[in-house]
Design a protein around this ligand. Structure first.
Ligand SMILES: [Zn+2]
Length: 90
């Protein structure tokens, strides 16, 4: 068998492989997903208010440090409520 035939067979296998892989993957969807991730700042995460169970962006939330844990609240009112409940519990 001549080396040229081996190369042609190799190219044919490569084309078939590319067709199989390329047919399953939809590139426009992947690009849209990537765009959506870029639009949302990585440090702007939604956190749950333990008092009213509302989801608030962490950067806008009222923070309360309790020794080892940090709690996030939608407002100063919820934070104060949580602190007063915390005091009653112990
Ligand atoms: Zn709240």
């Amino acid at each position: 068998m001549s080396p040229i035939r081996l190369i042609i067979i190799g190219i044919l296998f490569y084309i078939v492989y590319r067709l199989l892989v390329g047919g399953r993957k939809k590139e426009p969807d992947d690009q849209q997903k990537g765009k959506a991730f870029k639009e949302m700042p990585p440090n702007d995460v939604l956190v749950e208010d333990p008092v009213c169970k509302k989801l608030v962006p962490r950067q806008q939330a009222v923070q309360h440090h309790n020794g080892e844990q940090t709690f996030y609240f939608c407002s100063e009112k919820c934070c104060q409520k949580f602190i007063s409940q915390e005091g009653e519990g112990e």
